[in-house]
Design a protein around this ligand. Sequence first.
Ligand code: NAD
Length: 940
Amino acid sequence: MTDPDGQARVLRPLLYPRQASRISRRNYRCAGRLQILDLAVQELARHFRSYLQDHDLGGVWGRLLRLGNYPLLAPAVRASVQRLAREFLVAEDERSIARVLRRVGAIPASATFDAVGEAVLTAAEAEHYVYRNLRLLDWLAAAGGVPAISVKLSALTARFDPIDPTRSKERALVRLRPLIARASELGAAVTVDMEQHELKSLIVDAFVDLLAEFPQTGWQPGIALQAYAPDTPGIVERVIGAARERDRKLCIRLVKGAYWDTEVALAEQRNWPVPVFLEKGETDAQYEALTARLFDNADVIYPAIASHNLRSLSHAIAAARLRGLGPDRWEVQMLLGMANPLAEAVAASGVKLRMYIPMGDLLAGIAYLIRRLMENTANNSVLRQTYVEAQNVTQLLKPPQPVATPSAPPTTHEFASTPLLDFSRPAVQASFRQALNDVARSFDQAWPLDIAGSASQRLQSQTCINPARPNQVLGSIELGEIAHAEQAIANAVRAFDRWRETPAEQRAEICMRAADLMTERRQRLAALEVFEVAKNWREADADVAEAIDYLRFYAQQMRTLAGRHPTICYPGEPNHLLYEPRGVAVVIAPWNFPVAILTGMTTAALVAGNPAIMKPAGPSTLLALQLLQILRDAGMPRDVCQLIPGNGPQIGAHLVDHKDVAIIAFTGSREVGLSILQRAAVVHPGQREVKRVVCEMGGKNAIVIDRDADLDEAVLHTLLSAFGYQGQKCSAASRVIVVGEAHDRFVSRLAEALDCYSYGPPEDPMNVFGPVITAAAQRRIENYIEIGRSEGRLAYRGKVRGEGFYVAPAIFTDIEPGHRLAREEIFGPVLSVMRARTFDAAIAMALDSDFALTGGVFSRLPEHIELARRRFRVGNLYINRKITGATVGAQPFGGMRMSGTGVQAGGPDYLKQFMWTRVITENTLRHGFVPPPQGLSVKS
Ligand code: NAD
């Protein structure tokens, strides 16, 4: 924001509106309500200040907000803030509704209402949303006229998830039923609002189903569609088709789209195609084309042209006139509080106008309010351009210029994350279901041990089972014995020289090929994860995507580390440094990221030139075999890349102790990690290398929730962080420290939100949560829950049924920093909640741990966020988001203290741990002659 005076000019009429809907204190009869209102406004003023502090707001508004820092003037500021806020968001009581109806009636306009509120995370919140809308319908009916409301389907259920469309729709429709029934009685209009792209097909499908389910004609159905999405014309056709098929008049509210920034940012974060036009001209052009399409179908469609753009509105008016459509055949919609003069002008021109009126609590609607305020003042805002920058009318009425943005040319060498599968797409759901079926058909195979040179003999086998159905056998695997470990090391020792001499580029190419093969097989691999380690669809897919990233990332890194790196060079004495592989690497991996972690550690060893022997964790050995197959198919020589399934304390320990092993790459528990560090320090007879241990261990990760945190975000993200994959992530949240009075509300919302999730076999996408990995893990976690009962208060315990290794999730409160629940890694769905009086104290409690892996902070106060950045020293700190789900390259992952040795996987320094550096110096002076420097970037 560069023009403060301009903003002031936009804001002034908003601050001191002519017909402001003032909330008179007299309206609030009891002192209690007054106090709550005052608190809400106080909070609002503070948040406006903190959100807008980066924007140099000038003029009256800016001065006012700054003055709010002086206690004596604070009441005046609060009064203005409240007046401003209520310009956009009407209070939720019958009298205020009646008043605003009178106000818009004077324009003249009709109204449609939208009950704005917190995100719906619990069943009670969804019920309340329905109740608010039912009450709203009655208030509107009592005020006279045709009631009109807009509903968000995502607010009708805590889980409106496109991955499980049928049941998500069912859940939403169950709550919509009473609303539609009441709307039918009152002859009301109900418009289904459009939301984020991910929910779009689900919303459109639900709307079409709705027409079939509620054929009664008393209510007037409508749907909002967004012109900023290139796929909207198809949806418009579908709605027109549905209207014709059912012989039913449907309203389409055509909007430009309200989630543009989020859609663009999320698509870029996920490396998904951006689902909206990048150029505003394209949206405007599509808006006009769709307007025309709606008018051409005005026999079955009632177009509601929702815009504040002078050109879009003028185009609509002209298009309607051209087709001879009178004011009863279509309408313009505008938001309350935005562009009041334009609204008056539209109404005066004889066009039917409806005001879109958000209604709700000031604090709950804060996100909405901030958006409106920003829209009114942003430099590129249509309102600002129209009313402040005084462009001439010809310019404002210029036809849109639909300039498409050229897509960036693909870069061959730059690393880009593997996009996760978009499970909101029905085609992706179908192909994943197919992969699950295919994998299920291949169960019960026997996998022989494959170590070159070992004599064939009958070996003990491990039966692999599905933790969700322990009686389901997935396959059986021959286990290696000490002699096989010896043979594997001997093979690797022999292979070392040849592999070290293989050009780095060739090694990198094999990894890139493996990445391509894994990409081809990704759905089958992820499907196997669903069965073998009980990850849900999204978690399983993310694990495989991360593995692909490791293959590409380390291959790319090796390309930059290969060859000669000049150090300081003198004339006649050039120096250079080389990265050299260290020798035989043993890779010992956990089961919880069964493909990603094993692939990451193994790729780092291999691409750097070290032969690798993988020792996977018992519960994920089938997946490890698939990885071995991919690496071999990509061209990894058999003796360079080996896998030996077996018992950790036996085979794993033997490999660690072996004199010919140079590197041990380990990820797992603190207990095993520390024992490996200790054993690796012992020098055995004949040993030539000092062993390098790359060691990543556990965590006891904390999330700090500040007094003013956005609870919508804090609750949802804590839920995902603590209970995602049943809490079996090293990065999972297992402690939450809540500051001050936010505690009780946070705990009750979290518990109620968690209660909306179902547990069961994860091959059904309805089940976000599944069993834990083994019966032993189940017993260990249940034991911690017993400890928790004696240490704190069990605030929530979920309910699970089923034959698998299920542990019902538990939330404990009143946990003290000294309790075992606050100190020990549980690695299951158990969350300990603690209280802190101040934010400082909360950070200190978070740091009071042997571990330092991940951490999180939810706060809206910039000074607290800054404090956390400085003091909350963990490997990965996440601010206002979940603390799991690090991505390779973007969020290198790993911790300090008892969590690891401090060099992060997927980061710039990780690969170097698998190498040592060698420096070569040459005297090139020949009888006083200094030859020119040789090419120094020759790849080895
Ligand atoms: P674990 O320590 O029990 O086992 C890890 C691996 O070590 C397995 O392959 C196992 O067979 C092997 N092993 C066991 N005893 C051994 C011994 N004496 N010598 C050599 N190898 C031995 O851990 P887990 O249950 O597989 O995984 C869960 C743990 O891993 C948790 O503590 C979690 O926090 C941690 N983890 C850490 C990270 C990280 O990046 N920091 C990532 C994932 C998991």
